[in-house]
Design a protein around this ligand. Structure first.
Ligand code: HEM
Length: 520
């Protein structure tokens, strides 16, 4: 009886609160004594450094702190640690030298919903399934890039979009047209459809994606408070779940159509390439591999390619054109190089002619070595136009260290690409757009600068890097070959930036005058 009353006494609310607080304090002291954690600014208990992590410009805020704290900085995200790596030295130590230590992803409730429980590549924890999926997805992309499929698809999309651009007689907000161009390109690539600008399904997907960014990219309380969605679902959360489910249903529909018409002797697109990998695993009785390519995993691989490629590519193209308008001398130089390689033929005629004759007068992969100046402009755009300023957060799979500090297992680690790309000690005239940074004296591409890391590095390096670089070069070359982009008359245009969601800088709204360079 006395034992029971003691136990009940221990469980009284007052005792519970005291117990929890004591537990937290003990855990905090243990943590601080066991680990030499990186330094960082003072944080409000439990809430953390709200004034930093709630800002869309947190990459710039944290970069400012490096003078005080050095390149490894600890920010409190709610009650959890968030470690920012702000120099190439510590980024490469973590991602390349320490190999898998920093190779996982933190778990967020919203990411879990989007990835159907971590089944995509983007948000998946470091695991055998993630490794296998990344390998299969990478092989399928390489397969797709062989031969003429990619070029044909880009030429088809350019042909149709350019016809539309050429009708613009007033200053136009070009990013809307670029968005359409990129979504049609990805749609053709993933699902093999010939580009049709009137296709309402494609517009709907773009709209849903923009809505997701617009309404939800500011983040969720549900990601900070564990278990919140099990107790209460806000209207905002329910709306997020609905749009996400609509996007997943769209991908499921495409997968079903492909399964129904799949023919391994005729691989039509990226979806077929992944289905082919599954068929191979089944034929060779690799049951575990086939299970990792079940329908839900394939849907998520498609989601990776579609959505990881969409925003990054359309935003970088937007930056590219804004820099071409701000620096007309570089636009001139690009056009001189492009004209030399491709000749100055009739634009729309060239596309029609190509369709009839089967020959191409548009930018091709084989032209790449001759288009170094355009590629250097794209590299500089990727440095200055910070569309993935804080990349995708990493998480540690074991107790490890970086820059002389301990990083406990399960800590969130952020790569501050913006800090690397805007390091005044590394880049001369850091705020000036200068493609010559990447070129040798004789105009060839030089070795990649150490601080240039837009696609990240190591185990989690961007899966789409090779395809993104090729697409961007071909799209940019085709655009500049056919049009001259200018600031509306009399205006001196200089690129300004704004942040649409945390870590994603895009050009502030601008309009351009489009002049056709070629005759119809
Ligand atoms: C301008 C274009 C692009 C940029 C700047 C970019 C940048 C990035 C960055 C910074 C990451 C995070 C890497 C890390 O965690 O350290 C990433 C991851 C990823 N990207 Fe890209 N990306 C681009 C285009 C693409 C395209 C076109 C695709 C698909 C074809 C793609 C697919 C992915 C995937 C699947 C991941 C996750 C990789 C993993 O978690 O293992 N990206 N990208």
């Amino acid at each position: 009886m006395a034992f029971l009353s003691t136990l009940l006494g221990l469980l009284s609310p007052k005792a519970l609160v005291v117990g929890v607080i004591m537990g937290l304090i003990t855990n905090y002291i243990y943590h601080r004594l066991k680990y030499k954690l990186p330094p960082g600014p003072w944080a409000i208990p439990l809430i953390g450094n709200w004034s930093i992590y709630s800002k869309t410009t947190m990459h710039r805020e944290v970069a400012k702190l490096t003078d005080t704290y050095g390149p490894v900085i600890r920010i409190k995200f709610g009650p959890s640690d968030m470690i920012f790596l702000n120099s190439t030295e510590v980024v490469l130590e973590a991602l390349v030298k320490k190999k898998a230590d920093f190779g996982s992803r933190p778990s967020f409730k919203s990411a879990e919903i989007f990835s159907q429980g971590g089944k995509n590549i983007f948000f998946a924890p470091y695991s055998a399934t993630w490794k296998f999926q990344k390998k299969v997805a990478g092989r399928a992309l390489r397969y797709y890039m062989q031969g003429m499929q990619l070029e044909n698809m880009i030429n088809d999309v350019c042909g149709q979009i350019f016809e539309r651009i050429s009708k613009e007689t007033e200053p136009v907000q070009i990013n809307k047209i670029l968005d359409k161009m990129v979504i049609h390109m990805l749609y053709s690539m993933c699902f093999g459809r010939k580009c049709n600008l009137e296709d309402k399904d494609v517009d709907r997907i773009l709209q849903m994606n923009l809505e997701l960014l617009d309404k939800f990219s500011s983040g969720f309380l549900e990601d900070i408070i564990p278990g919140m969605t099990s107790v209460y679902k806000t209207e905002r959360w329910k709306e997020f779940e609905k749009i996400t489910q609509d996007l997943i249903s769209f991908l499921e529909g495409e997968l079903k159509q492909h399964k129904d018409t799949f023919d391994s002797s005729n691989i039509r697109d990226y979806t077929d390439s992944i289905l082919m990998a599954r068929e191979e695993a089944e034929t060779e009785e690799r049951e575990e591999d086939a299970a990792m390519l079940s329908d839900v995993y394939i849907v998520q691989i498609l989601s990776d390619i579609f959505f990881a490629g969409l925003d990054t590519t359309r935003m970088i193209l937007d930056w590219f054109l804004s820099y071409m308008v701000s620096y007309p001398e570089y636009q001139d130089k690009c056009q001189e190089v492009i004209d030399k390689v491709l000749g100055l033929a009739g634009m729309l005629k060239a596309y029609k002619w190509k369709i009839f004759s089967g020959e191409s007068k548009t930018a091709a992969v084989k032209d790449r070595p001759s288009l170094c100046f355009v590629e250097a402009c794209i590299m500089e755009t990727l440095r200055m136009g910070s569309v993935t300023a804080i990349g995708v957060p990493h998480s540690t799979i074991c107790d490890t260290s970086v820059g002389g500090y301990d990083i406990p297992k399960g800590t969130m680690v952020v790569i501050n690409h913006w800090a690397l790309h805007n390091d005044r000690h590394y880049w001369k005239d850091v705020d000036t757009f200068n493609p010559y940074r990447y070129l040798t004296k004789d105009g060839k591409l030089d070795a990649k600068p150490e601080n240039w890391l837009p696609f990240s590095a190591g185990r989690r390096v961007c899966l789409g890097e090779p395809v993104a670089k090729t697409e961007l070069l071909l799209l940019a070359s085709n655009l500049l070959r056919n049009f001259r982009f200018k600031a509306p008359s009399g205006e001196k245009y200089m690129t300004q930036w704004k942040c649409t969601f945390p870590g994603a800088e895009v050009p502030a709204d601008y309009k351009v005058v489009v002049e056709k360079r070629t005759k119809d």
